[in-house]
Design a protein around this ligand. Structure first.
Ligand code: ZN
Length: 259
């Protein structure tokens, strides 16, 4: 009886050894890495909303400056004007925006314009809702600056602050804004006035997508006014903004092609 028991224990011990051996062999087998079918960065279709600032007249109707706010602001203004050339800001904003649209569309971006002429004019909230509704990857508002001091010149980038819907997109907006501004001043050669956080912009406070306003130069500065009014300089600006957007979305192949 004892002998049988010893044999049984021995058999059980032997089986458990085999089982252990088999398991350890199995665990040492090379595991096939699952092939993840990730889309290549270059193939992702990004949606960009371009907002050429202002319109041909002032719309004094008002809208809330932020979701849930009692503070009201007019729906849009007419913008500034070149103090030497008399060029309207809205013209330059639209020209550069249309050039930027063409460059991006050529590379497969989906581009939505808030206006393509001076007739159809949306309010600041309506413009941003275009971007929100289309779940845009970026909305860029194209503007020019003005100052009482005519010597002030250069480009700056306005970005949203911690207000309204913008709280969720302020960090990424700043990140993209820095990339685009740095590319702009590097490519075009104007002075860099830096990133400015603005909490008083209706267009920012209602945005659920990354958003920024590029101020490409001062129409109150005679030199910049003259430059901004030429189509050659406008083309340079559009190209630099395009390149900045390519950098935001890490479009390495396209960037290599144009370097
Ligand atoms: Zn403006």
């Amino acid at each position: 009886m004892i002998k049988k028991l010893v044999i049984l224990i021995f058999i059980l011990f032997f089986i458990s050894l085999q089982w252990y051996d088999l398991n350890s062999k199995t665990s040492n087998l090379p595991i096939d890495e699952p092939v993840i079918d990730e889309p290549i960065e270059e193939e992702i279709k990004y949606t960009i909303v371009i907002d050429p600032g202002h319109g041909p007249w002032v719309n004094n109707d008002v809208e809330p400056i932020a979701p849930g706010s009692d503070k009201m602001k007019r729906k849009y203004g007419v913008g500034t004007v070149g103090n030497t050339t008399g060029t309207m800001e809205r013209e330059i904003n639209l020209n550069v925006s249309l050039m930027l649209r063409d460059l991006l569309e050529k590379d497969g971006f989906i581009v939505i314009m808030t206006r393509t002429n001076h007739e159809v004019i949306l309010s600041n909230i309506e413009r941003v809702e275009l971007a929100n509704d289309n779940n845009a990857d970026l909305m860029i508002r194209v503007h020019n600056d003005s100052h009482q001091n005519q010597s002030i010149h250069g480009a700056s980038m306005l970005v949203p602050g911690d207000v309204g819907y913008a709280s969720d997109i302020m960090d990424i907006s700043r990140q993209y804004g820095e990339i685009i501004l740095n590319t702009l001043v590097e490519e075009v050669g104007m002075s860099n006035r830096g990133i400015i956080t603005r909490t008083d912009q209706t267009g920012f406070n209602w945005s659920k997508v990354p958003i920024m306003t590029v101020e490409m130069g001062f129409l109150s500065n005679p030199d910049e006014d003259r430059l901004l009014s030429t189509s050659e300089y406008q083309e340079k600006l559009a190209y630099a903004l395009y390149k900045g957007i390519l950098k935001c979305f890490n479009k390495k192949t396209l960037l290599n092609q144009i370097e």
